[in-house]
Structures are given as structure tokens and as C-alpha cells.
Design a protein around this ligand. Structure first.
Ligand code: ZN
Length: 426
């Protein structure tokens, strides 16, 4: 048995000094450990719990050498020696401002706003795209493996020890609900296509806070025995909003989140989930690829709208009055916001709107003038100066940390991109 204070020899020399137990699971225990003046997490496996320990260790060794260009994955860094107490590996510690996804799902932790939620969805999708591009699959997708920073939606993905090249199956069963139906039925080993199913489940859970297959049918199973679970997630899976079959709809009082959030989702997101959990349920090769999800999620982020009361929603979800104003659930009627457009897509400019680059760094933010709050500006969060042309033709330079005035007809040149502020368009 490993105890606090023990030294675990590492394969490349030196020791990991055990400082505390962080948690224990089916496969092993995770410790906080010091190595060369720095603290890490050390995962040690119960050898008898691994189906094929040699294969597992071999895969781990290759993971320590693999370079997936994505810092969301908390990858194995260094293996321990094979000791009497088993073996394991060192990885980065999860910073304390990252919270378990399960705490977000059960509402113990709340996001700072819609931007953080959609950014988390984008980060997870980007991470999976890079993983799949490197020829590997995650295999064991479930909400225990994800940590999210609620203030901005940054993501750390753990349990990376099960990542393996396509075709290799480490004997990880995965978690019901996240596993593709063909795995639940025992017909297939995890691969890119089954990961894509799990990704759709994860995005659904993140955006709608519920299970895409758990509706009234599932509730009728008095207790979810293993057999019932195999039926609901493997042999007779049924999307809660299947357009052709209403027998598994969410139940008011039980699935309130899904009912509430489904209503505010733009049509293109509802369509993507409907496709994923009808056609994609039965035809793995037709599942949405990561790039398709990314395009949809970036569009979703550009549709975030805010009422003067501070409440946020997606712009499509507001009722409109006869003057075309948007009606917030708080009762306020407000004019649709102006948009920033590059001619192809547009983003709404509401109070507090943030604009992001491809690496999810905020490049601009809508701010109010301190002296005259009715004047809005677009603050430059980049290190470059923007060129701005006001509607009257006047040219201005917008230095970092200063703001361009938000008027219809203002044009901006940001890093070679030509943008214009226009009236709201759908
Ligand atoms: Zn409001």
C-alpha cells in the first residue's frame, strides 16, 4: 500500500514524493506528489484492475511522447517504474479554479454567462478535432473527465490515459449515456465515430443540462437495471425530441432544464442535435464532424444577446413587439443590437459582448463610455492598433486598450480584416 511520505521511483530517474491522496476510482488512486520542487498529480493503477497491464503501460509510454497541439488535454508526462504497488504516471495538477463538469451539471457550480458556456463547448470540440486529427480516440468520454473554468469556459480534459490509436481497444467500457449505441450493444470498439457520438452527448449535456435519451420512456423503468440501461442506450435508443416519435419526451418536473433550454436554442442547434440523435444514432458515418460543430458553436456565440437588465439569451429566443423591439422576460422592450460584420457573418454588439479569435482569446469587448454611458465603444484588447473610419469619413487610430465608437456605418480594419458596424440582421 502506498502511503503519504512514500517515494515512488520514476522510469527516467528520481522519485515522486507522495504528499496527499486526491481521489480514488475503479482503476487506481490519484495522489498529489512532488518531483524536483514542483507538484504534480500521480495516478497509480491497481494492477489487478487492468485487463492487459503490459499493453496499457505500452500505450501510456507512447502517450508521454505524443504531442497533441492542444493544451486542454492533461496528458501523462512521465511513467513510474513498475513497483510492487503497481505503476502509474505523473501529470499536471488541475488548478483549483477549474471545476468538475459533474458539479456544473448538478448546478453546484454556475457559469459566469452564456459566453463561458459556449466557449467551453468550443474548446471541447477543438480538443477532439485535434485528437482525431492525430489518429487517436478518447474512448472513455464521461463527465468525470472534464474540468471547466466557469469564469471563461476554459477546459482541462483528464482521464487521458485511455486515449489510444484507432483500432486499439484498452478494454475500457465507457459510461452508459455517453457511449455510442453500437458500443453498448457490444458490436464495436471505440473509435473516431463513437467518439463523435459521445461528443454530441457532451455538448447536449453542456448546453441543455440533461440527457438526450432520457425522457418519459426511461422514467417508466422503475429502476434502471443494467438490462434497462442497455435497452435505452443501446437497443432501443430514442431521442427525447425525436420529431417522428413523441413517446420519450422530457417530463415536466423531472427534465425541466432540457425543456427550458431547448426552447431558447436557435433552430440550427436544435436541428444539429435532432440529426445527431436520430440519423446519427443509427448511422455512425453520418455523425457531425468536429468542424461542423465548431461552425455551429461559433455562430451560436455570435447570437448571444443581452437586455439592458443584464440578462442574456440567444437573439432568436426573444419575442418581438409590433415595433420590432425584443422583449426580455424581465418585461423590457429593447431595440435589436447593432452588429459587427465582415460581410459573411456577424456578431451582435450588446453591452458586455466579447469577440474572440480562433484561439479563444478575447480581441474586443463592448464597453460604455465612463462619462457618457449612452455612448458605446468597442475596446481593443489586441496588441495592434486598429484603423477606424467613422460614418462621416473621419479616420481614427484605435490604440490597444482604447475603444472605437459604435455607430452604424463605422468601419474597422483589424489585422487585415475589414469589418463594418451595421443595423441588426438575422
Ligand atoms: Zn431584461
Amino acid at each position: 500500500m502506498i502511503k503519504v511520505g512514500d517515494n515512488i521511483p520514476l522510469e527516467l530517474g528520481g522519485y515522486a514524493h507522495i504528499k496527499a491522496v486526491l481521489g480514488s476510482g475503479g482503476q487506481g488512486t490519484v495522489y498529489r506528489a512532488a518531483y524536483r520542487d514542483k507538484e504534480y498529480a500521480l495516478k497509480m493503477y491497481f494492477k489487478n484492475k487492468l485487463k492487459r497491464p503490459e499493453l496499457f503501460r505500452e500505450n501510456l509510454a507512447s502517450l508521454t511522447e505524443c504531442s497533441i497541439e492542444n493544451n486542454s488535454f492533461v496528458m501523462p508526462l512521465m511513467l513510474t517504474e513498475d513497483t510492487r504497488d503497481g505503476f502509474g504516471f505523473l501529470m499536471e495538477l488541475i488548478p483549483s479554479d477549474y471545476k468538475p463538469f459533474s458539479d456544473i451539471l448538478n448546478a453546484r457550480v454556475k457559469f459566469s454567462g452564456l459566453y463561458s458556456i459556449v466557449n467551453a463547448a468550443i474548446r471541447i470540440t477543438m480538443a477532439f478535432r485535434e485528437l482525431h486529427n492525430s489518429g487517436k480516440s478518447y474512448q472513455d468520454l464521461n463527465d468525470g473527465g472534464f474540468f471547466i473554468r466557469p469564469t471563461d469556459g476554459d477546459v482541462k480534459i483528464c482521464d487521458c490515459d485511455n486515449i489510444a490509436p484507432y483500432g486499439d481497444h484498452l478494454g475500457i467500457a465507457g459510461k452508459p449515456g455517453y457511449m455510442a449505441p453500437e458500443i453498448v450493444r457490444g458490436e464495436k470498439a471505440p473509435d473516431k465515430l463513437t467518439d463523435r457520438y459521445s461528443l454530441a452527448v457532451l455538448l447536449f449535456r453542456l448546453l441543455l443540462r440533461g440527457d438526450p435519451l432520457e425522457g418519459s420512456r426511461v422514467l417508466k423503468s422503475v429502476c434502471l437495471t443494467e438490462e434497462a440501461e442497455r435497452r435505452h442506450y443501446g437497443f432501443e435508443p430514442m431521442f427525447v425530441y425525436d420529431p417522428e416519435d413523441a413517446t420519450n419526451r422530457p417530463v415536466r418536473g423531472v427534465h425541466n432544464n432540457i425543456i427550458k433550454f431547448w426552447r431558447i436554442m436557435p433552430e440550427y442547434i436544435r436541428e444539429a442535435f435532432t440529426y445527431s440523435f436520430t440519423t446519427g444514432l443509427h448511422q455512425p458515418e453520418k455523425r457531425l464532424i468536429e468542424k461542423q460543430w465548431l461552425d455551429l458553436l461559433i455562430r451560436l456565440r455570435s447570437d448571444i444577446c443581452a437586455c439592458p437588465c443584464g440578462g442574456q439569451s440567444f437573439v432568436q429566443s426573444y419575442e418581438k413587439d409590433e415595433d420590432g423591439k425584443l422583449i426580455c422576460p424581465c418585461g423590457t422592450h429593447f431595440a435589436p443590437p447593432l452588429c459587427l460584420t465582415d460581410g459573411k457573418s456577424r456578431v451582435l454588439l450588446c453591452d458586455g459582448t466579447r469577440i474572440y479569435d480562433d484561439d479563444l482569446a478575447a480581441t474586443a469587448e463592448v464597453v460604455r463610455n465612463k462619462l457618457n454611458p449612452s455612448l458605446w465603444g468597442l475596446k481593443n484588447h489586441t496588441a495592434d492598433t486598429w484603423q477606424c473610419t467613422l460614418p462621416n469619413g473621419q479616420e481614427k487610430q484605435i490604440a490597444p486598450d482604447s475603444a472605437a465608437p459604435i455607430f452604424t456605418g463605422t468601419r474597422l480594419s483589424i489585422n487585415g480584416a475589414m469589418l463594418e458596424i451595421k443595423e441588426y440582421t438575422e
